[in-house]
Design a protein around this ligand. Structure first.
Ligand code: ATP
Ligand code: MG
Length: 345
């Protein structure tokens, strides 16, 4: 990842902090998703998986919002909720100021054009029976674009994503992982979406290829003014590409701020632990990091039965009785950015 870190020298200025000025392009307010756990023939509900539990964030036009956290903390569920692939238990989603939470029918179809997703696994996310041309043109055809126009746009999109026109006639199995992910990006761009969710878009790829795809995403963003929500489980890619970052733990955002705030002043113990796992190119900092490496003990607790009070307390070295008794709110505790911890760093 050092390669990626070095590659991005001209990062855009961070967008204003939450609520700090112009209207966000995408705003998520108090989003909740509980999946019912059912038992027996009658499918009696015996509990709930609290996959996303009161998550709020907003994304400004042209910026990248990074969502980071361990496997199972609810990152993909958040994306699926916003894209309305699943319905929320409660909460609201606004796109360009319009409430899209309960859209259906034609309204939902029209909205789908504005929100797109690139999945983690480029092997599973492309239909093996379709040619690249069919894959990339499909979203346009669904939206009623004429076939000739869609075809012409496929050629442009492939070129934009670093593929050649002749690739259009080929099938996914004829490509490498990196090339397939380029096809996935071309498909996501087809309808000129307002926001693209990138759900771990490089974690299934070879390290050498990861940097190429990240660079492609950044170039496309600069050229087309794209807005991204970048999801990942490790901080290294997120820290590099994001303007602002939300750190998620067990269905909740525990710390949120600009990249500089989160990196220069990580305040939640969980963020500190994640950061201590990120290698840096600076040998001095790297020695320090290795010395102060925080290795989290224990597994992520079950989202069906999260700990009382602060959900991180069972793995936190600072936890006291207060943490078990009272859930810390995600608020600015005098550090300039919100953190959900009774004893922030
Ligand atoms: N359809 C579903 N039914 C029941 N539980 C689900 C469903 N989808 C997700 N979950 C649960 O919700 C929680 C959050 O899952 P999610 O896929 O959002 O996590 P994630 O942060 O994207 O993880 P990963 O890094 O592994 O992709 C997990 O406990 C998962 O098992
Ligand atoms: Mg996921």
């Amino acid at each position: 990842m050092t390669e990626i870190l070095a590659a991005r020298s001209s990062s855009p200025t961070p967008s204003p902090f939450l609520g700090g000025g112009s209207q966000p392009l995408l705003e998520i307010r108090n989003l909740v998703k509980y999946f019912p756990i059912t038992r027996g023939l009658l499918k009696r509900t015996v509990g709930h998986v609290k996959a996303v539990d009161d998550v709020s964030y907003s994304v400004m036009q042209g910026e990248t919002f990074g969502l980071v956290g361990e496997s199972g903390c609810g990152k993909s569920t958040t994306a699926k909720l916003v894209l309305r692939l699943i319905n929320p238990t409660s909460g609201q989603i606004f796109l360009d100021g319009k409430d899209i939470t309960y859209l259906d029918g034609a309204g939902l179809r029209a909205m789908r054009k504005d929100l797109q997703i690139v999945f983690q696994d480029p092997y599973a996310s492309l239909n093996p029976r379709m040619t690249v041309r069919q894959i990339v043109s499909e979203p346009m055809i669904v939206q009623g674009v004429a076939k000739s126009e869609a075809n012409a746009r496929v050629d442009d999109l492939l070129q934009l994503c670093g593929l050649a026109r002749e690739h259009a006639a080929r099938y996914p199995h004829e490509f490498s992982g990196g090339q397939r992910q380029r096809v996935g990006v071309a498909r996501a761009l087809a309808n000129k979406p307002k926001v693209i969710f990138l759900d771990e878009p490089v974690s299934a790829l070879d390290v050498s290829i990861q940097a190429q795809i990240v660079n492609l995403l950044e170039d496309l963003q600069d050229e087309m003014g794209l807005t991204y929500v970048f999801i990942a489980h490790d901080l290294s890619v997120v820290s590099h590409i994001s303007d602002r970052i939300g750190v998620m733990y067990l269905g909740k955002i525990v710390e949120q701020g600009t990249r500089e705030q989160v990196f220069s002043h990580p305040s939640h113990p969980y963020t500190k632990a994640l950061m201590s796992a990120v290698p840096t190119p600076d040998p001095k900092l790297e020695r320090l990091r290795k010395k102060e490496r925080i290795v989290l003990e224990g597994d992520l607790p079950s989202a069906a039965d999260p700990p009382s009070g602060c959900r991180f307390r069972t793995r936190c070295w600072k936890a006291t009785d207060l943490c078990a008794a009272e859930e810390p709110a995600l608020v600015d505790r005098g550090l300039g950015h919100p953190v959900a911890c009774h004893f922030p760093e």
